[in-house]
Design a protein around this ligand. Structure first.
Ligand code: SF4
Length: 249
């Protein structure tokens, strides 16, 4: 992609969302680190559900150590790989207390020495908590980088290095979130919504996904409604429109 196109690509994403941030919920830098560790191979939504009650009682490494591995598992058992993650969170909390004065370190080197913290997690923490211009390449950014031609690469590190190189300085602070959100909601893995994509004209992906046919979209929607929890909510499905019309008698 040519530099002028890259600039316009980011400018349009910025226009949609001038101050993007992570969708992971946290109450301080320590809980952000914990949330990011828990989010490996899990959705932000599932992590937020588990951490909402957890972070009400645990917001420091000392409190996490006091809660203990078994106690932590009770909070996070709905998240994938929770056994290994609980172990990592307790161990990293002990390291923070013993080696970093209970603070989250600000360097990539120190962060990557913590259990469960790889380059991607370190990049997220450095970006969100400390305002560093890092770009953490997750599955969404890897896909967007390759599909669009913005930063093609065979590995997440290749894509990260290319993004570092091509992203204009004025966009570096938020590039990470713009690209993640674009990948999560528009340039989706199975079928990208090219028809409503603001950067489509710069993207090399072909063929672009056309806008859904209104009749097909309606039929799909009706089908969805028929299989939704209407029954659970004690609603009756009106047979022609497929819309729930009221409580079952
Ligand atoms: S045009 Fe399609 S493939 Fe390209 S960035 Fe937009 S949604 Fe993704």
């Amino acid at each position: 992609m040519k530099p002028a196109a890259v600039h316009e690509f980011y400018r349009r994403l910025r226009e949609l969302n001038p101050e993007p941030t992570t969708e992971l919920k946290s109450v301080n830098v320590y809980t952000l680190l914990v949330a990011v560790v828990l989010s490996a191979q899990a959705t932000d939504v599932s992590v937020n559900k588990a951490t909402a009650p957890l972070f009400k009682i645990v917001d420091t490494p000392e409190k996490m150590i006091a809660l203990g591995e078994a106690g932590l598992k009770n909070y996070i058992k709905t998240i994938g790989l929770f056994n290994a993650k609980a172990k990592n969170v307790i161990t990293l909390s002990k390291i923070l207390v013993e080696q970093h004065g209970s603070q989250v370190p600000r360097t990539r080197e120190a962060l990557e020495k913590l259990p469960g913290v790889g380059r991607k997690t370190a990049n997220v923490v450095l970006n969100v908590a400390f305002g560093e211009h890092t770009i953490a390449v997750d599955t969404h950014i890897f896909r967007v980088g390759n599909r669009t031609g913005l930063a093609p690469g065979k590995t997440p590190l290749h894509v990260e290095e290319k993004l570092e190189k091509v992203t204009p300085p004025e966009f570096k602070r938020h590039a990470h979130h713009w690209l993640i959100l674009h990948g999560r909601y528009i340039c989706k893995a199975r079928s990208p919504d090219c028809w409503r994509c603001v950067v489509a004209e710069f993207c090399t992906f072909k063929p672009k996904t056309p806008a859904p046919d209104p009749a097909e979209a309606k039929a799909k929607n009706n089908k969805k409604l028929k299989s939704t929890p209407a029954k659970k909510e004690n609603l009756t499905i009106f047979p022609r429109s497929g819309l729930p019309v009221g409580p079952k008698k």
